[in-house]
Design a binder for this molecule. Structure first.
Ligand code: DX5
Ligand code: ZN
Length: 214
């Protein structure tokens, strides 16, 4: 069964706590938090203050996805705010090994994300040093975009890169819904991020359950 990580980007912020209770009811294990800076991606969302607030609302694992330039400046803030996983973008970091080590030194799990146009080969030297690889199946910046099919192949490629016996989560993010979920799991994903398909579904717990049954 995959881990389901609802992205609160598509939730109703006027009743965030209620919406978190609903994903808990459906059996979600993680909450996905999309941090955008208006530079790395053409959109702005929220920072560590909201992560800290969510941390007070739930015991679920907090999965922070930093779509920001210079993430090194903010790693400590996010870990202090309660982030369990801190994922940075390959495309936004020059000294990726240093950044990943720093996340782990701070006491969090480290992830690396790749955009749809970035080949999986770039992960070869870093995959043994991370806890999670995030394959983007949309161009990061917005919820509700159409799924890009190359993600299936890329998930299988990432799975093949992970050394035998090493536990590295493979997460897919963007356009994930109950229709494509099982194909994504078969391709290698063990963490499904979903925003629109969960929060705009009309039945949040039932949609989380459907994704878990993928
Ligand atoms: C996109 C974000 C995603 C997004 C997913 O930049 O990283 O996490 O919220 O949203 P949906 O599921 O609506 O594509
Ligand atoms: Zn995300």
């Amino acid at each position: 069964m995959p881990i389901v990580a609802p992205s609160i980007l598509s939730s109703d912020f006027t009743k965030l706590e209620e919406q978190i209770r609903l994903v808990e009811k459906g059996g979600a294990e993680w909450i996905h938090l999309d941090i955008m800076d208006g530079h790395f991606v053409p959109n702005l969302t929220f920072g560590s203050m909201l992560v800290s607030a969510v941390n007070k609302m739930t015991d679920l694992v907090l999965d922070t996805h930093l779509m920001i330039d210079n993430p090194d400046f903010f790693l400590e803030d996010f870990v202090k705010a309660g982030a369990d996983f801190v994922t940075v973008h390959y495309e936004a970091v020059v000294h990726l090994n240093r950044t990943v080590n720093r996340i782990r030194e701070l006491g969090a799990k480290a992830g690396v994300a790749i955009n749809p146009s970035t080949p999986t080969d770039v992960l070869k030297e870093i995959v043994s040093d991370v806890d999670l690889v995030l394959v983007m199946s949309v161009n990061p910046g917005f919820g509700g975009q159409e799924f890009i099919d190359s993600a299936y192949r890329k998930l299988s490629e990432v799975k093949a890169l992970i050394p035998k016996g090493k536990k590295v989560h493979i997460e897919v993010d963007g356009g994930v819904d109950p229709e494509n979920a099982s194909k994504l799991v078969n391709a290698g994903a063990d963490v499904l991020v979903a925003g629109t398909s969960i929060f705009k579904s009309g039945d949040i717990p039932a949609t989380v359950k459907k994704l878990k049954l993928a």
